[in-house]
Design a protein around this ligand. Structure first.
Ligand code: ZN
Ligand code: ZN
Length: 242
């Protein structure tokens, strides 16, 4: 970075300190260690309550596993998300993705890390959910990769962005359910470097889990060589919510 850019960034940081405002609404927060203000804290859609021990979706009654996981075997060992994908959390994810708001990634990753520490997952390599070349070209960055790199810094672990790729361009999945998404994603992902992933305990990272079909297909492919695949996303859809 050249000296002018460094000075400019320091000036910006002085007048608009990135770590003293709420990541959701921009209001001031009392400490740089706090990511969101009291107002947002009271209304944020935290992924709380009784949840599926496999995919972290909400479950009703006595069951430990949600209906989706009961009817569709999941190849990942466990998935977690700190938030439900709605309201201000949804707006934040879309901002990162569509408005190129890369500055949000460190705080989003910090909140994902909080949840991971609580779970005590044992992983030794971080891998972002890959985008196809076409999607990457369209956006010019992979939001999952940004989050994975920040998690790598927090956990002081390597982040592999090249050994696992999405080779097949898939149809838009917005309107599809789990089974159709699974069909759509069949053989879409590929391991490029087996040696780097061999016997690894992988943390797969993405911004959102919708039905779990993408994470499942990734895990299915990764598990051809890896020992474990855990999944973390910033937010998830809550199908079990009544
Ligand atoms: Zn706020
Ligand atoms: Zn489940």
């Amino acid at each position: 970075m050249n000296i002018i850019k460094k000075c400019w960034n320091a000036i910006l940081e002085f007048f608009f300190p990135s770590n003293l405002t709420c990541m959701f609404c921009g209001r001031d927060v009392s400490s740089p260690k706090i990511c969101y203000c009291q107002n947002c804290a009271e209304s944020l859609p935290f992924n709380l309550g009784k949840r599926c021990k496999i995919c972290d979706d909400v479950v009703c009654g006595d069951s430990e596993v949600c209906d989706n996981c009961k009817s569709h075997h999941k190849s990942f060992d466990k998935a977690v998300s700190p938030f439900s994908y709605e309201g201000s959390v949804k707006a934040l994810v879309l901002k990162l993705k569509n408005d190129n708001a890369k500055y949000l990634a460190p705080q989003m990753a910090a909140l994902m890390a909080e949840r991971l520490y609580a779970e005590n997952f044992d992983f030794d390599l971080i891998v972002p959910t890959p985008l196809s070349q076409k999607s990457f070209n369209k956006r010019s960055f992979n939001q999952a990769e940004l989050l994975a790199k920040e998690l790598g810094k927090i956990f002081k672990l390597p982040v592999d962005t090249t050994s696992f790729v999405k080779e097949k361009e898939t149809k838009h999945q917005k309107e599809l359910g789990f089974s159709d998404r699974q069909k759509n994603l069949q053989n879409a992902f590929k391991i490029k470097d087996k040696v780097k992933l061999l016997h690894k305990k992988i943390l797969l990272v993405d911004d959102v889990m919708t039905t779990g079909a993408t994470a499942n297909e990734c895990a299915k492919t990764l598990k051809k060589v890896a020992d474990k695949v855990y999944v973390v996303t910033f937010a998830r859809n809550r199908y079990g919510k009544k």
